[in-house]
Ligand binder design. Structure first.
Ligand SMILES: [Zn+2]
Length: 714
């Protein structure tokens, strides 16, 4: 059965919906669902591409969906699952961390948002224990950090792992040892415990975050003087804590002064390896906290509240919600548990959460402000974005004065008017969002927000595609787009010009040192020398960076030109097809359509670009200036694989997938993207899946491992 058949009929609708959400605020309770959609969509297209050698989505759309998923996962690390497509790519990042299995799965908690939810929770609890009697609940803060599981054996800390997907996490033992509040030894044997797994949260105190940022700001002054890249400031405590746990240098982890709060025992066994039931060790969760606290762990023991009255528990939650800003650590809610451990056992769990606990989620922080003005900004692709300028308001320690209004439809849907009182919301590190306006506060002075008909930068008439909600300026010489164009051109993804960052593009434009792409290669360095902060050394670096970029492989130039819908993958493919980029000047749409991975949208965009006289002139000028427009001819090491076709699958240990493909090409062989009768060799690594199964059914295909492959080219 096709794994994706259940979403196939709807895939284009789901994709369209997902694409429309890009750049929009995603309410927290919808994030998980949206992430799941993104995962299904990307997995579907990956399968289409890598298994069926078909590509029904443009590279551009694919790239932005992927980026969206990655950003959401960065903001909500608990949503990262092992099957997330981002995990394939991120694998290299944690190559130094070993994957380990938790002794018992780390479950998540069900969320509650109001008193109705809590009453429902109480009702189910009572139903499971079949009682009408009062049950005692324990309520403690829910820390906004990174989950951790510690294993102690023989009273010694032997392993620490991240939550990962709940079943498996990364072994980060050396980093956990660098956290001072985690005891390396604890006397569990006095309770007959030989091996125990304890769960908690690694957090960063807000004061520490502030201090770290202060130090970075001081360092940046020095770095700036030396013309070096400045350090980015840490955005919030949770992401910093999560990121710090994954640092490769434990000494650096120690410098981050992380904290760990432990509150739950996941598993325990005696020296004969027999499972110990918790109710044998302690009668209540309260006792559990006390025990951990007595053993030297930092726990929420002193912050807990006990009550048999769910209304009282609710009041406690709301009280904490109000005073959360005064707490030294970020908390995003409260956890409510049935206190009695025996009852916990009776109540039990579902496959993904315990039924005796629930998380009460705090409301995102809201503030009120006045919409003073709306500015219309022109993005790199010409998209016009209305930006609200509001009277500055403080939310979670950040001053907010400028918020995106996304597009015209957003303004109309929410009936937002100039001078309206608006509700501003910010949840965690999520970009601030305007929830809506308060019409009851209007006094008659409010006016409708007029969307411009002409580009605010170049006055060119704006254009709107029927299917899109955004207005665009399609003038390629639009000055507002020029800045973004140039920033993109010099960026790492494109020409990767060392020493030429965003700031320099802005300064150079302002000082008239550059005016378009070609002018980057004609900079008057004597004028640069007169600019503040530019010294002989930094000018030399910039010169070298620019000079080196001329030798770039020509796909970088293709990316740098900012042709709509052309990402890195398509650019690399395009670069291989012709001997010289100018050869494309004579191509028609049909020719482009015949290329692998190119649909009508991409083909039209390419044809439009290469048929434009001024673009061709630009390419010619760049070549005269010394840039490389020619195809990089591959160096043939041998002909050993001539006439043979290869496909790699599973986890490779000797080389990356890309390196493997290059090895094949360099030895005269050809890479295939799917299993078919044309395939000669399937090189299968660990955990090879459907491709291997498929190949085994075709007799002519030889299945070999990486070492056999390497022997072939020895
Ligand atoms: Zn314009």
């Amino acid at each position: 059965m096709d794994l994706f058949s259940h979403i196939q009929p709807d895939i284009s609708t789901i994709t369209q919906t997902a694409l429309q959400k890009i750049g929009q605020f995603i309410p927290e309770n919808e994030v998980e669902h949206y992430c799941n959609d993104l995962k299904s969509i990307i997995n579907y297209y990956d399968k289409k591409y890598y298994v069926d050698a078909d590509s029904p989505i443009s590279d551009y759309d694919y790239d932005i969906l992927f980026k969206q998923l990655k950003e959401l996962e960065e903001a909500y690390p608990n949503l990262i699952t092992a099957d997330s497509p981002t995990q394939r790519v991120a694998k290299g990042l944690n190559e130094t961390f070993q994957t380990v299995q938790h002794l018992v799965p780390m479950m998540s908690l069900e969320n509650s948002y109001n008193i109705q939810d809590l009453r429902e929770f109480e009702r189910k609890v009572k139903e499971s224990v079949a009682t009408n009697e009062k049950i005692e609940y324990i309520c403690e803060p829910k820390f906004d950090g990174s989950s951790i599981a510690l294993v102690y054996e023989n009273n010694q800390l032997v392993r620490a792992a991240t939550r990962g997907n709940g079943i498996e996490g990364d072994d980060i033992t050396p980093n956990a040892k660098a956290i001072k509040s985690i005891p390396l030894k604890a006397n569990f044997s006095q309770f007959g415990i030989h091996k125990i797994e304890i769960r908690g949260e690694v957090v960063m105190q807000l004061a520490v975050l502030e201090q770290l940022n202060k130090e970075r700001l001081e360092q940046n002054i020095i770095l700036k003087n030396e013309n070096k890249k400045e350090l980015e400031l840490f955005k919030n405590a949770r992401n910093t804590a999560a990121g710090s746990l994954r640092l490769k240098d434990s000494a650096e982890v120690a410098a981050r002064k992380l904290d760990a709060i432990l509150y739950q025992i996941g598993y325990a066994e005696d020296k004969n390896g027999n499972n110990i039931t918790f109710s044998e060790i302690f009668k209540s969760h309260d006792d559990n906290l006390k025990l951990l606290s007595d053993l030297g762990f930092k726990t929420p023991f002193l912050d807990k509240t006990l009550s048999e009255d769910i209304d009282q528990i609710m009041a406690t939650c709301l009280d904490w919600q109000d005073k959360r800003d005064n707490y030294p650590i970020d908390i995003d809610g409260m956890v409510i548990k049935v206190n009695n451990t025996k009852l916990q056992q009776i109540i039990g769990k579902t496959s993904h959460h315990p039924k005796w606990a629930t998380a009460f989620k705090f409301k995102p922080k809201q503030g009120f402000s006045t919409l003073e003005n709306v500015e219309f900004q022109v993005g790199r692709t010409g998209q016009i974005t209305p930006v609200a300028k509001i009277t500055p308001v403080q939310l979670m320690g950040v001053e907010i004065s400028s918020i995106s209004l996304h597009n015209e439809d957003f303004i109309i849907d929410k009936d937002i008017r100039l001078y309206d009182t608006v509700i501003v919301e910010r949840a965690g590190d999520v970009i601030p969002y305007i929830v809506g306006s308060l019409p009851e506060k209007r006094n008659g002075k409010e006016t409708k927000i007029e969307f411009p008909k002409n580009c605010p930068s170049c006055a060119h008439l704006l254009y709107k595609n029927l299917e899109e909600s955004a207005w665009r300026c399609i003038n390629t010489n639009c000055p507002a787009q020029l800045e973004e164009h140039l920033i993109h051109f010099v960026s790492k993804e494109a020409m990767n010009i060392f020493g030429f960052g965003e700031e320099n593009v802005r300064t150079f434009l302002k000082e008239n040192l550059i005016s378009n792409i070609a002018s980057i290669y004609k900079i008057d360095y004597e004028k640069v020398a007169q600019l503040e902060g530019w010294k002989v050394k930094s000018i030399q670096n910039l010169k070298e960076g620019i000079e080196q970029s001329k030798q770039n492989e020509n796909w970088r130039l293709l990316v740098g030109l900012g042709i709509r819908h052309i990402g890195t993958t398509t650019a690399k493919m395009l670069a291989k097809q012709v001997a010289h980029l100018l050869d494309y000047a004579n191509w028609n749409t049909e020719q482009f359509m015949q290329l692998e991975d190119v649909g009508p949208k991409v083909a039209l965009s390419l044809q439009a670009f290469f048929s434009d006289e001024s673009n061709i002139e630009l390419l010619k000028e760049l070549e005269v200036l010394g840039l490389n427009l020619k195809r990089t001819e591959q160096v043939l090491h041998s002909e050993k694989l001539a006439g043979k076709t290869f496909l790699f699958t599973g986890t490779l240990t000797q080389f990356s997938r890309d390196e493997a493909k290059i090895l094949v090409e360099n030895n005269g062989g050809k890479n295939l993207s799917a299993v078919s009768a044309n395939l000669n060799y399937l090189v299968a690594g660990e955990k090879a899946g459907s491709k291997l199964t498929k190949a085994q059914k075709i007799e002519s295909i030889q299945i070999i491992d990486e070492f056999e492959f390497l022997k072939m080219i020895e």
